[in-house]
Write a protein that binds this ligand. Structure first.
Ligand SMILES: [Zn+2]
Ligand SMILES: [Zn+2]
Length: 351
């Protein structure tokens, strides 16, 4: 294995603080045994990046100054000792984490709850080092015909797929997706693939028109009505409520609305993360006598990452409405501002 000299530099976007992103030359990461060095070809912006950008870091993962960005694909440029499958020049996509497979939750098959999830950040750079745990579990070769930017959608799609599989959607169910951001739109496409009639609720007309392209059957603009719960219920037979409601916004009022939209015996997938310390009100009578199922869903597992790439490769998921523009790395601050201002969906930073 070649050893990258300490003098090799790369361009990278460094986060210094709230809304303070600087393009700098930093050392190319050193990769060792079991690891892979990747030359980034596409990195997608994500709502999490916008949060990190506004807050100037992330309490657990990103301490400034730091590289960030976590949805990416690229080309293998260096392979550490002990890595058998991956070769230099191979096009690959990695998920942003891997479970330890040693803790209690991994052992009971709940890898998204892993106590030691290993995260990587640093996609807004020319190179990123993939740690051994991710190389072994969540680094995948990109199939023929899938572009780098399409492949980079694997991570958010794996999260949405996890939510859909937990929802138990059945053929001909009516499902409401609250939130028409990229995650909500992935849920929309997946619910449609499950044979459901899909209602999408959001505040923004531009996003709702994208929801139509993502095979939404009905749209509800909640900014134009006083009672979103009633509006959604009215779209179901006898106003009984939807079979499955998904919350993909992360606002307590929307959590409460999603729960109120579901019929007796229905399920609610609570996917959108609220600010720490947030509580919601729960109507215990409706919950108890209605035998409602509430499920929190977080993150993904290697199985969902693999399935997500398969769904992209077989064109079951239309990535076009979700990646609305391409920009070079130097324009990253502009791309982040666009997310903050809800302009477009995801930007592909192309290198
Ligand atoms: Zn993301
Ligand atoms: Zn674990």
């Amino acid at each position: 294995m070649r050893n990258e000299g300490t003098n090799s530099l790369m361009r990278a976007a460094l986060l210094y603080g709230p809304k303070d992103v600087r393009m700098e030359e930093v050392p190319v990461p050193e990769s060792g045994p079991g690891e892979v060095l990747l030359q980034i070809k596409a990195a997608l912006t994500c709502g999490t990046d916008a949060k990190v950008y506004l807050r100037g870091g992330h309490p657990r993962m990103i301490k400034p100054p730091a590289v960030f960005g976590h949805e990416f694909s690229g080309v293998v440029t260096k392979v550490g000792d002990g890595v058998d499958y991956f070769k230099e020049g191979m096009s690959v996509v990695a998920a942003n984490s891997a479970p330890c497979n040693r803790c209690f939750y991994c052992k009971i098959g709940r890898q998204s709850l892993c106590e030691n999830l290993l995260f990587i950040n640093g996609a807004y750079a020319e190179y990123v080092k993939i740690p051994e745990l991710i190389v072994r579990q969540n680094l995948l070769e990109i199939p023929e015909g899938v572009s780098f930017k399409e492949a980079a959608l694997v991570e958010p799609l794996a999260c949405a797929l996890h939510g859909i599989e937990e929802s138990g959607i059945k053929l001909s169910d009516t499902v409401v997706i609250n939130g028409a951001g990229p995650i909500g739109l992935l849920f929309t496409q997946l619910a449609n693939l499950q044979g459901a009639r899909v209602i999408v609720a959001d505040r923004r007309e531009d996003r709702l028109s994208v929801a139509r392209k993502c095979r939404a059957d009905e749209i509800v603009n909640v900014s134009k009505i006083s009672d979103p719960v009633k509006a959604v219920r009215e779209l179901t037979e006898d106003g009984r409520g939807v079979d499955v409601a998904v919350e993909a916004v992360g606002i307590p009022e929307v959590w409460e609305a999603a729960i109120a939209m579901v019929r007796k015996g229905g399920s609610v997938i609570l996917f959108g993360g609220c600010a720490p310390g947030t509580s919601i009100k729960l109507d215990t009578k409706a919950f108890h006598y209605g035998e409602v199922t509430l499920k929190g869903v977080f993150h993904h597992t290697p199985a969902y990452v693999k399935k997500a790439l398969d769904l992209i490769a077989c064109r079951a998921i239309d990535t076009r409405p979700l990646i609305t523009q391409e920009l070079p790395l130097s324009q990253l601050p502009r791309a982040l501002e666009m997310i903050v201002n809800h302009e477009g969906m995801k930007t592909a930073i192309v290198l």
